[in-house]
Design a protein around this ligand. Structure first.
Ligand code: UN1
Length: 492
């Protein structure tokens, strides 16, 4: 299958474009080829989006929302198909693929509801016969740069609030996962979304991403990806005075206190550490354990890790799929080597799976280190794979300090049956998302998603908070007194 860009409501092919392959990370099978757009193609798409936005902003928001309802409905009808494409292209197990598509459906319906809200404020004026209110105004063309680990959900967190608020979007999906974006383009087309409202341009970060950020008619950039790339996006965006929303790395921890329900904690750690083969921004990659239960937790984790089935995510019995590509596989392995050099104790895993049936794909053994120093590199840097470091502490205060000692602040979790500890933890854990008695993953779309410190730059995806990225506040004063009334002066 040869993918095509989608803009101006049409699937488009251009002469002399380079194509690259899209491969199934479970078996190396070639699934499609994808065109790599040039700056010229980006410019064309942005020009279309700019024209379309003028009309789109004038469509009543509930009508804009009708398209989102239709998109959500289509996604629902195609849920199984979309999940299958997702698993083939990205590797996550099919159950998680279905979950991710559901996240997109939820986002469509949730943001469609915003069509009849988009609340601003009405407020008294300090002057007589004067009316004051604030409304959310659309900004213009929005550029979206999205990652491969959640190729559909994250794109919906960004595009649906932008669209319902009256913006148009030009979306550059990750090169590894263009097929999901292509599927979404087909849905935009099928529901008759007006031409130019949602546009998909395939290509590299250095060409398409950079062109979007530099383009004077792209007013907002929303990016999810690595911290290194996010920093470049922010620098370039800052230079061009763009509003830039960044969602970057994480080094998320589960704290297990001595009073925790250990069975539950083990389940929570396994799901959030090894689900999606550890390739979630929210994945648990540290377990901060109270010294009194450390050995017991190690024992139970080892027992349960031994039962995790690894393989092609299309097989319903598989719990852990491949990682995205060879580079990821070797990056993960290099961190395991670093961990050993640093003196951490490898309890299990630590190997690339090279024998059949794994030899054609990119599979890494679920890996557990213990006796890891809180400041070790494997406890500080994002690995983005199925590797967990156990760190031992003696108190809740120490656990929180260790949790907060990393440069990231996305998600954290505590297992405890002590309500006082739970409340203290939710107050003091310096992350954008906190879980009590659940692992570090599982964010729901109607709450803000994002993190503190090196994880973000103060913005949030999903939830109502996302609307703040894609709208400007406009304060409106209507004086019906018939005379000049001066604020702050004529108030007596
Ligand atoms: C991500 O990790 O990049 O909370 C997104 C979760 C999912 C979204 C994760 N709902 O794990």
């Amino acid at each position: 299958m040869q993918l095509q860009h989608y803009f101006d409501g049409k699937f488009q092919t251009f002469e002399n474009e380079n194509y690259v392959g899209v491969f199934n990370p479970a078996n190396g099978q070639k699934l499609a080829t994808v065109p790599m757009a040039s700056k010229g193609v980006v410019n064309e798409a942005v020009a279309i989006a700019k024209e379309a936005q003028k009309k789109w902003a004038l469509v009543p928001a509930p009508k804009r929302a009708d398209y989102l309802f239709a998109i959500g409905q289509k996604m629902k009808e195609k849920k199984e198909h979309l999940a299958q494409v997702l698993t083939k292209e990205m590797g996550k197990v099919i159950e998680e693929g279905r979950g991710e598509v559901q996240e997109g459906i939820d986002m469509a319906f949730y943001m469609a509801g915003e069509g009849r809200r988009l609340f601003g404020e009405t407020t008294p004026s300090e002057l007589a016969n004067k009316f004051a209110m604030s409304v959310r105004a659309p900004i213009g063309v929005v550029g979206l740069i999205t990652p491969w680990n959640f190729p559909v959900a994250i794109a919906t967190w960004k595009s649906f609030p932008a669209i319902v608020a009256g913006n148009t979007v030009v979306w550059k999906p990750a090169t590894e996962t263009p097929m999901m974006a292509y599927e979404m383009a087909k849905i935009f087309d099928e529901v008759g979304l007006p031409n130019g409202v949602a546009n998909v341009v395939f290509g590299s970060g250095s060409d398409v991403g950079t062109s979007l950020i530099e383009h004077p008619d792209v007013k907002v950039i929303s990016f999810t990806g690595s911290t290194a790339t996010g920093r470049k996006v922010a620098e370039l965006g800052g230079h061009h005075l763009k509003k830039v929303s960044l969602e970057m790395g994480g080094k998320n921890a589960v704290i297990v206190m001595d009073d925790a329900d250990l069975d539950l904690a083990v389940e929570g750690v396994l799901w959030s550490a090894f689900g999606t083969a550890g390739q979630r921004c929210t994945a648990c990659s540290r377990v901060i354990v109270h010294k009194d239960i450390k050995e017991e937790l190690e024992k139970r984790l080892l027992e349960e890790m031994g039962k995790l089935s690894i393989g092609d995510g299309l097989d319903e019995s598989i719990k852990i799929g491949p990682v995205i590509n060879k580079a990821a596989l070797y990056k993960i392995n290099s961190y395991v080597e670093i961990g050993q050099q640093e003196g951490a104790k490898l309890l299990t895993g630590g190997k690339i799976l090279k024998e059949p049936p794994y030899d054609q794909g990119y599979f890494y053994e679920p890996t557990l280190f213990t006796d890891v120093a809180p400041n070790a590199r494997i406890a500080q840097e994002e690995i983005f794979g199925p590797v967990v470091s156990l760190i031992t502490v003696s108190s809740l205060e120490e656990a929180i300090e260790v949790n907060n000692s990393v440069q990231y602040g996305l998600s954290s979790s505590i297992f405890t049956n002590d309500i006082n500890k739970a409340f203290q933890a939710q107050r003091d854990l310096d992350t954008g998302i906190v879980y009590v008695n659940a692992g570090t993953t599982g964010a729901e779309i109607h709450l803000p998603f994002g993190g503190t410190k090196g994880t973000g730059n103060g913005h949030r995806d999903s939830g109502i908070a996302a609307l703040d990225v894609y709208t400007e506040w406009k304060s409106i004063y209507i004086d019906y007194s018939g005379k000049l009334q001066r604020a702050q002066i004529d108030t007596e």
